[in-house]
Design a protein around this ligand. Structure first.
Ligand code: GLA
Ligand code: ZN
Length: 674
């Protein structure tokens, strides 16, 4: 099912249940939402104890009234299921709903996001309230989308979850002999005789059987997805056919989001970047890459479910968003293919743990605040750009980002327990592409890759069955492949490949990785260009952390190491394969290496970005397309106003001023017929 909107969403999480004794405030909230160009709110997240104050006593009247009042002012509702936090009566009466940690300790009531996903009681209680919500409010014209729970995450090790895990393993492996073989349990004498003996990983038990750890993580994703399906089914049983979303988190490692996204009609996510801790453009790339990941999960528009209008209260320093940053961050979600941006939250709570978290309406409560004015400006931009709703992003470049591979790689001992710097490796490629104005998708190993022109595999440690073959076909048909050190090392159950790595791509790349050197934090090596190399690289770059030593099997070296016993060994190679080419980056080069290398490589392979040229530092350019129209979005995340490079074909400016220099944090949107 698709979620369709004819406007860009703008609004936020709203918890009116905290203000039911203040009708004056509830009225003021709606007026201020309207004034600030908010067209949607998320209701009901964490409202369970107000919706069902005692077991079986359902009180939905207050919610219906608020949905209705909002609707009358043109503000829609994304209605949450309340499973993110359960009421006290439930924990007291049914302790099985409480989570058990990995040391097998059952938690007390408190906090949130901490229920057992397997518990039949919790499932029964969520099904009941979800069904009733759907029956009562699911067909209200003001309700446009379901928000399932809140920020799914965490794991439960209770006996119910243990037996579900064993069942899952049995279905996956069939026999215990097969499991023993795939998990390499002979190591340290850990052979199992039957599935009943298997326990989830624990700090006080087994934690170094990597395949067990990996399968446990996979199971947690499976069980969470199953719980989501269960929640959605209850809404369907209540007669609602509305699409569903769940709010995901920044590179959250606890769940494989490619799998979770399959349960959702539209992805949404919560973003809390720490602006001004580094150059603003660096944070913009970081946030932009996560937007691109969220969009890539379904290769469909997504939206920003939460972000703070000003300072959060849970980060180590509560930094105010400087003027212009709220606007720039919200519009960046749109620039990267989002259907809009929502805030956490509409009205600041009066007490408890988030009382100092930024909000659209603060404790003072007036519309004459700096933050409120910027929300109004953002609302105006969202309205003026509503034609962008439903447009999609087409990318020529993709980077493989795979949860299984990362889980296995980070869990291994060696080659660098002090840190593999994996996410940075992904980001270095990303920045290289973005600086040439390319849209970028992030894909996992199961995704289709044939539609891309260039594919990067930074540290893709695990090659799942069939993946190398897919990459091979991609290159054969003319694709440009760039892979790096520490790729193609282990299989689906984290067993090392025999007979050389990168597994099944050695002939495509024309190299074999023989050894990998872990560097101390203070150590570095150099990547030195070879005379007359085919990309015309002339600079030397430092490299750190990991240096791969390759044996040349037909490829050509463009760079070599500058020091240590492997001085002169290849550090960057290329091999022709079929109609394409396969490049191998042997070491963790500095950022400027990736920038220069990718720039030269794209030129060499005739792959051009949105405006076909280098982009001034600090400027982000993205494109979206819809029904014969292309939109160019320019955002200045630099420190000075910049002149923007304009595409050669005819364009119409629909936001900002393309003739003038683009001020810092501002936006220009151009429209072109294609
Ligand atoms: C998360 C949660 C919200 C709120 C915010 C605060 O994203 O989903 O309920 O706690 O953090 O930043
Ligand atoms: Zn459990």
């Amino acid at each position: 099912m698709n979620f369709k909107t004819d406007k860009l969403l703008h609004g936020g999480d709203y918890n009116p249940e905290q203000w039911l004794n203040r009708p004056d405030i509830l009225e003021q909230d709606i007026n201020m939402l309207e004034e600030s160009g908010c067209n949607v709110v998320t209701l009901g997240v964490f409202s369970w104890s107000t919706l069902e104050p005692e077991e079986g006593n359902f009180q939905f009247g207050w919610l219906e009234e608020i949905i209705e009042n909002l609707y009358r002012k043109g503000i829609s509702t994304i209605l949450a299921t309340p499973s993110g936090a359960r009421p006290k009566w439930m924990a007291d009466k049914y302790p099985e709903v409480l989570r058990v940690d990995d040391t097998r300790r059952r938690m007390l009531f408190g906090e949130r996001h901490n229920h057992c996903y397997t518990s039949p009681v919790y499932r029964e209680k969520t099904a009941m309230i979800n069904r009733k919500l759907a029956e009562k409010l699911g067909s209200h014209p003001g309700v446009i989308l379901w928000h399932i729970s809140n920020e799914y995450g965490g794991e439960c090790h209770c006996p119910l979850c243990q037996s579900a895990f064993r069942k899952w393993l049995k279905e996956r492996y069939g026999t215990i002999e097969n499991l023993n073989d795939q998990w390499c349990t002979t190591f340290w004498s850990h052979t199992y005789q039957n599935f009943e003996q298997i326990e989830s990983p624990s700090l006080i038990g087994e934690r170094n059987l990597h395949a067990l750890n990996l399968d446990w993580k996979r199971f947690v994703t499976y069980q969470t997805a199953d719980f989501i399906r269960h929640e959605v089914q209850a809404l369907r049983d209540g007669g609602s056919s509305l699409p569903v979303t769940a709010n995901l988190m920044y590179y959250y490692q606890g769940l494989d989001y490619f799998k979770i996204a399959k349960e959702l009609d539209i992805v949404s996510w919560d973003t809390y970047p720490t602006w001004h801790k580094e150059e603003v453009i660096e944070t913009a790339y970081d946030n932009g890459m996560c937007h691109d990941l969220m969009r890539s999960l379904k290769r469909k528009p997504f939206f920003q479910m939460e972000s703070c209008p000003t300072s959060t209260n849970w980060q180590s320093v509560s930094k105010l968003k400087k003027p212009g940053v709220l606007f720039a961050q919200s519009m960046q979600a749109v620039a990267h293919g989002g259907e809009g941006a929502l805030y956490f939250q509409v009205r600041q709570s009066r007490g408890a743990s988030e009382k100092f978290h930024g909000a659209v309406i603060d404790h003072y409560g007036g519309n004459d605040t700096r933050v409120f004015r910027e929300v109004c400006k953002t609302g105006d931009a969202m309205k003026r750009l509503s034609q962008l709703a439903g447009s999609t992003v087409r990318s020529k470049a993709a980077i493989v980002y795979d949860w299984d591979s990362q889980w296995a790689m980070e869990d291994s001992q060696g080659p660098r327990n002090k840190g593999l710097h994996y996410l940075e490796a992904v980001q270095k490629f990303y920045r290289g592409f973005r600086q040439q104005g390319l849209n970028v998708d992030l894909v996992d190993m199961d995704c289709e890759i044939d539609s891309y022109e260039i594919l990067a595999l930074p540290m893709v440690y695990m090659f799942k069955a069939g993946f190398a073959q897919k990459v091979r076909t991609f290159v054969k048909n003319g694709g440009v492949l760039v892979t790096t050190y520490w790729s193609g090392i282990a299989d689906d159950t984290d067993r090392c490949f025999l007979k050389g790595t990168p597994h099944d791509l050695m002939d495509v790349l024309g190299i074999r990785s023989t050894e990998i050197d872990g560097l101390y934090d203070w150590e570095e090596n150099q990547m030195v260009p070879t005379e007359g190399n085919e990309l015309g690289l002339t600079r030397s770059y430092t490299c750190r952390y990991l240096c791969d030593l390759v044996e040349m099997r037909g490829s050509r070296a463009l760079m070599t190491y500058g020091s240590d016993f492997y001085k002169g060994y290849s550090a960057l190679t290329v091999n022709d394969y079929g109609k394409g080419s396969a490049w191998y980056v042997a070491a963790d080069g500095e950022q400027s290496f990736y920038e220069d290398f990718i720039k030269a490589l794209l030129k060499h392979c005739s792959i051009s970005g949105a405006v076909g040229c280098d982009i001034p530092r600090g400027l982000e350019i993205t494109t979206r397309e819809k029904e014969g129209v292309r939109y160019y979005l320019y955002q200045n995340f630099g420190t000075e106003p910049v002149r923007i490079p304009i595409p050669e074909a005819d364009v119409e400016c629909i936001y900002g001023d393309m003739e003038k220099e683009l001020p810092v944090y501002e936006l220009v949107v151009l429209k072109q017929k294609i």
